[in-house]
Ligand binder design. Structure first.
Ligand code: PEP
Ligand code: MN
Length: 333
């Protein structure tokens, strides 16, 4: 249930209503808009007398929220959420360019790529230190050493870092990592989601390989229900009947998620296609569809990358793409 208050309601009257609701064991989610306040009710609202609330002189309207995702629902929070990562804003019209290699390999590699993507227009560095690989015999990432190298690259360039966390036991290593990525394979690792909800770190939550949008939103709900509201959703392609691409990029997920939720939506054309030459067209389509940012794999030497070389752009190609993104956003939005 969502209760929209009238404009200019006094703090005292507002608190009276909130305490009354809490007294009935109802969780309360407050969203301060530019003009009015929206109170989202969480929990068993069957005993809440809707007519009584509607009759209060401070209440503008009462709406039932039938969807099972509440905190991330746009009805609970009508305005776009804007996430601030060390001054880089994402959402609400702010576009974020995350770029970097699939995996951190050496100091020279990550620092070189960080400088190159920054020069090409990126405002966040991506790099995997813990890698969820299909085969246990493939490169699993540099782990703690990789995190240290990311910190060096961030120090050299000033770029905030996004990196994947696979297990909550690794959390202490991520203290200086700015955005924690939950990979597609962990989208429904509910214990991990719950624990990340107890941190105050922004989370990049990727859509699972075969998950619906509702399931993605329910996973965001797990994080939010534990207290962390700084979440970016990420469309990274899903398994369909595609025979020539790694996955199928669901461009329609971008406007649909915006309709359903107030959280920013990031597009990942690299994992969605698996092919460097398809990254640019899908990136442009994502920007035109209203994405709040892109996460793109860039490598200085894709032929010798330890992971995902086939889908990695060279820095010079990323620079060309980056310039086109600006033009598409200006034309489409
Ligand atoms: C990645 O970002 O390198 C990655 C493993 O992504 P995904 O979880 O989307 O496959
Ligand atoms: Mn990758």
């Amino acid at each position: 249930m969502v209760v929209a208050l009238k404009k200019n309601v006094s703090e005292e009257r507002r608190q009276q209503l909130i305490s009354w609701l809490k007294g009935m064991g109802i969780g309360v989610h407050i969203s301060e808009g530019e003009f009015n306040t929206v109170i989202g009710l969480i929990g068993d609202t069957s005993k809440v007398d809707r007519d009584l609330i509607e009759s209060l002189d401070i209440v503008e309207s009462v709406t039932r929220v039938s969807e099972s995702f509440k905190c991330c629902n746009r009805k609970f929070h009508p305005e776009d959420t804007v996430i601030d990562v060390k001054g880089v804003k994402i959402g609400g019209g702010n576009f974020c360019m995350m770029a970097g290699p699939c995996s951190v390999e050496t100091e020279e590699q990550i620092v070189g790529i960080a400088k190159a993507v920054k020069a090409a227009g990126a405002n966040m560095l991506r790099g995997g230190a813990f890698k969820p690989r299909t085969s246990p015999y493939d490169f699993q990432g540099l782990k703690g050493t990789g995190i240290e190298l990311l910190k060096i690259a961030s120090k050299e360039t000033g770029l905030p870092i996004v990196s994947e966390i696979m297990s909550i036991t690794d959390l202490p290593l991520f203290e200086d990592i700015d955005v924690l990525q939950v990979g597609a394979r962990n989208m429904q690792n509910f214990d991990l989601l719950r624990e990340l909800g107890r941190t105050n770190k922004p989370i990049l939550l990727k859509r699972g390989l075969a998950n619906t949008l509702k399931e993605l939103l329910m996973s965001a709900e797990y994080i939010m229900a534990s207290g962390n509201e700084n979440i970016m959703l990420c469309e990274r392609g899903i398994r369909t009947y595609s025979d020539y691409t790694r996955n199928t990029m669901d461009i329609s997920a971008i406007p649909m998620l915006h309709e359903l939720s107030h959280l920013p939506v990031i597009a990942d054309p690299s994992h969605a296609t698996g092919m460097a030459r398809l990254v640019e067209p899908m990136a442009l389509a994502s920007a035109a569809a209203g994405a709040d940012g892109l996460i793109i794999e860039v490598h200085n030497d894709p032929m010798h990358a330890l992971c995902d070389g086939a889908q990695s752009l060279r820095p010079e190609d990323y620079a060309k793409l980056s310039a086109k993104i600006d033009a598409v956003r200006k034309a489409a939005l």
